[in-house]
Each structure stands twice: as structure tokens, then as C-alpha cells.
Ligand binder design. Structure first.
Ligand code: NAD
Ligand code: ZN
Length: 353
């Protein structure tokens, strides 16, 4: 029987259709991949529930998903670094490779990046996709396909820790204990942070954070950011040198600034409202550097090495598993917000053991 290409296609908000799409052929320098695992990201859920994120609007039917791993099923012309059958993680943003940012090595800032499942580019919640061969990362045998898919959000966390300068001995504050905050907390510890405190407005998310390694959990039950900063400082036994906001919430960004030690760094990972009120003079006169984060750059291999060497265990974050055929149920579960990471098995039914 010929292979078909079942795909989860978003037509407009709240309208995902499971359709058979053509199997894409790899172009020069690309490989075709039989997708194995695809995680659901908050951005996928936003496109599903709202039909847009910022200026990116779903105008044409778009295949969802960008946190994926799979098996190379065909080589396009000129590909020499991979073979059919290789298990790979897929870095889902291909920059232009020519602009000043690409040439300068910060390709995540490329204005012409093609990012999977960002309109109008199709994503990887499908049986088969194609990808530039140098954005595929071969998985060693001790790294599972699900872990390969987790490299995408882990790369955000690894990159954020690099931007923030997390190193041995630092005290670190993380605001927000969603998948990204949890991975940032775990990465900070793997980077040698002495102690990491994490905040959230949800006690259940904090309880989960404690289970996966947070040293201190702090319930954000007040919008008084200076009071929260006192609590964070008390928990850590001193002010954090580095704070990473992974919530996008105004009061959390305020907390990150107030809490951070003079001369330290606040890293903005969370993307909330486009404009927020922050104590900018407090940051200025204490020389607290505020640094943005946009996705990641040259981070996939580091993230992979951290999993392969056992420095990070991402498996407990996968709290729900479904098959590609059950995508609609998965998105309903994602909207309820009780899961940390939902993983979708995109492999063909004959391959599922
Ligand atoms: P999520 O929504 O699952 O997690 C956010 C967490 O923050 C939730 O647990 C929520 O309860 C908590 N929160 C809300 N208000 C808070 C407050 N005042 N104080 C503390 N915690 C609070 O989202 P996620 O998938 O973990 O992503 C986190 C953020 O990172 C999102 O804003 C997302 O858009 C952003 N993100 C940014 C990049 C980037 O490239 N910069 C990449 C991926 C995700
Ligand atoms: Zn570029």
C-alpha cells in the first residue's frame, strides 16, 4: 500500500482538520523525514484558539507542529551528512544564511527565517515532512525519539541560560513554571547554578517543579513585586545574580528586576503583552542588564548533549501521549492546561509496537 500523509491542518481558529496531504519531495540539500514524535507547544495552542500570534495570522490552511523528531526516509540531491534510516531531531527554523545576522552567527535574528508552523509555513504534525539536512541532528541510541522532539523547547532553555550567563555557583530565579520555565530551571542546574528558585501562580505547577528538581518554589499570590522579590531573596539566601522570566506576566518581569542583584542579568524569555510597565530606573541605576531571547541559535547540539550525557532528564515533563489520529483530543487537553507536555506519535500505525 502506498504511504499517505495524514496531517493536522489548521484552517482557522478552532478548526483543525485531519487530511491526507501529498508526501513532500526533498529538494537540493534537504531530506524527507518520516515524523515520529511531535510535541504541542503553547504557540500551536495559540494559533488553534485565536488563529494568530501578533502579526502572524493563519490565512491559509497550515499544518501545525514544530517540536519534532523522525527517521530520514529519502535524501535530496547533494545530501552527504545523513543516510536513510537515521534517527534525527529537527531544528524547525531555516534562516536565509546570507544576511548580516546569519553571517554574524546570530541566525535566530534573520528576518527571512522560515519557521515551521508559523504562517504561512507548514509544520511537522504530519507523517512526512522535509527539512534542510544541516538542521537535522542525529540522535545517539540512548536518546529516544520523544527526547529528540523535546530538544526544541530545551534549546530555548539552553539558549536562554547562555544569554543570561548562567554558570557554576550562581543563584538563579525563574518566573513561571510552564514547560519553558521548568526546562530553564533544569538547564540552569545543569549549567552549574547553585540554587534555583521558581515562581508560579499555580500551586500544582510549583509542586511539579519541586518534583523535577527546583530547590525552592514560591507561590506568586500577590502582584506586589517588591514583596515577591523579598521572598525570592529569602528563599535563595541572597539575591539572585540572574533572573529569567518565563511567564511574560508584567508582575513577574517586575519581580525579576527587583530581585536581581546589582550588576546582574534579567533575561526575558516569556512573551506576554507587547507593552509592560517595569521599574526601568531601578534596573538602570543598579546596572541590571535586561536581555531578550528569541528562540535559539546553535543550541540544538548542546541540548542534545545534555540529554545524551544524562545532565538533564526531560522525560518526566511528558505527561500525556496520543497518536496523530487523536490530534483533536490532544489540543482539547492542551487547552485545559493540566498537562505539561503533550507528545503526539506521528508514526504509521504499522510501525507502532
Ligand atoms: P505556559 O503558559 O505553559 O507557562 C507559563 C507559566 O507562567 C504558567 O505556568 C503560568 O501559570 C505562569 N504564570 C502566569 N503568570 C505568572 C506570574 N505573574 N508569575 C509567575 N508565573 C506566572 O507557557 P510555556 O510554554 O512554558 O512558555 C512560557 C513563555 O515563554 C510564554 O510566554 C511563551 O510565549 C514564551 N516563549 C518564548 C520563546 C522565545 O523565543 N522567547 C520561546 C518559547 C516560548
Ligand atoms: Zn538571514
Amino acid at each position: 500500500m502506498a504511504d499517505t500523509n495524514l496531517s493536522a491542518v489548521l484552517y482557522s481558529k478552532m478548526d483543525i482538520r485531519m487530511e491526507e496531504w501529498p508526501i513532500p519531495e526533498p529538494k537540493e540539500g534537504e531530506v524527507q523525514i518520516a515524523v515520529h514524535s511531535t510535541g504541542i507547544c503553547g504557540s500551536d495552542v495559540s494559533y488553534y484558539t485565536k488563529g494568530y500570534i501578533g502579526d502572524f495570522v493563519v490565512k491559509e490552511p497550515m499544518v501545525l507542529g514544530h517540536e519534532s523528531s523522525g527517521i530520514v526516509s529519502k535524501l535530496g540531491p547533494g545530501v552527504t551528512n545523513l543516510q536513510v534510516g537515521d534517527r534525527v531531531a529537527m531544528e524547525p527554523g531555516i534562516p536565509c544564511r546570507r544576511c548580516e545576522h546569519c553571517k554574524g552567527g546570530r541566525y535566530n535574528l534573520c528576518p527571512d527565517v522560515i519557521f515551521y508552523a508559523t504562517p504561512p509555513v507548514h509544520g511537522t504534525l504530519t507523517r512526512f515532512t522535509t527539512l534542510a539536512s544541516d538542521f537535522c541532528f542525529k540522535l545517539p541510541e540512548n536518546v529516544s525519539m520523544e527526547e529528540g522532539a523535546m530538544l526544541e523547547p530545551l534549546s530555548v532553555a539552553v539558549y536562554a541560560c547562555t544569554r543570561a550567563g548562567v554558570t557554576i555557583g550562581k543563584k538563579v530565579l525563574v518566573c513561571g513554571a510552564g514547560p519553558i520555565g521548568l526546562l530553564v530551571m533544569m538547564s540552569a542546574k545543569a549549567y552549574g547554578a547553585n540554587e534555583v528558585a521558581i515562581t508560579d501562580i499555580s500551586q500544582s505547577r510549583l509542586d511539579f517543579a519541586k518534583k523535577v528538581g527546583a530547590d525552592h518554589i514560591i507561590l506568586s499570590d500577590t502582584k506586589d513585586a517588591q514583596e515577591m522579590a523579598r521572598r525570592a531573596t529569602a528563599a535563595l539566601g541572597g539575591q539572585p545574580e540572574i533572573s529569567l522570566d518565563c511567564s511574560g506576566a508584567e508582575s513577574a518581569i517586575q519581580l525579576a528586576i527587583y530581585a536581581t542583584k546589582s550588576g546582574g542579568v534579567v533575561c526575558l524569555v516569556g512573551l506576554g503583552p507587547p507593552t509592560v510597565n517595569v521599574p526601568i530606573v531601578n534596573a538602570a541605576v543598579r546596572e541590571v542588564d535586561i536581555r531578550g531571547v528569541f528562540r535559539y541559535c546553535n543550541s540544538y547540539q548542546n541540548a542534545l548533549d545534555m540529554i545524551a550525557t544524562g545532565r538533564i532528564n526531560v522525560q518526566p515533563l511528558i505527561t500525556h501521549r496520543v497518536t496523530l489520529e487523536q490530534t483533536l483530543d490532544a489540543y482539547k487537553a492542551a487547552m485545559e492546561g493540566n498537562e505539561i507536555k503533550i507528545m503526539i506519535d506521528c508514526s504509521r500505525p504499522v510501525e507502532r509496537a
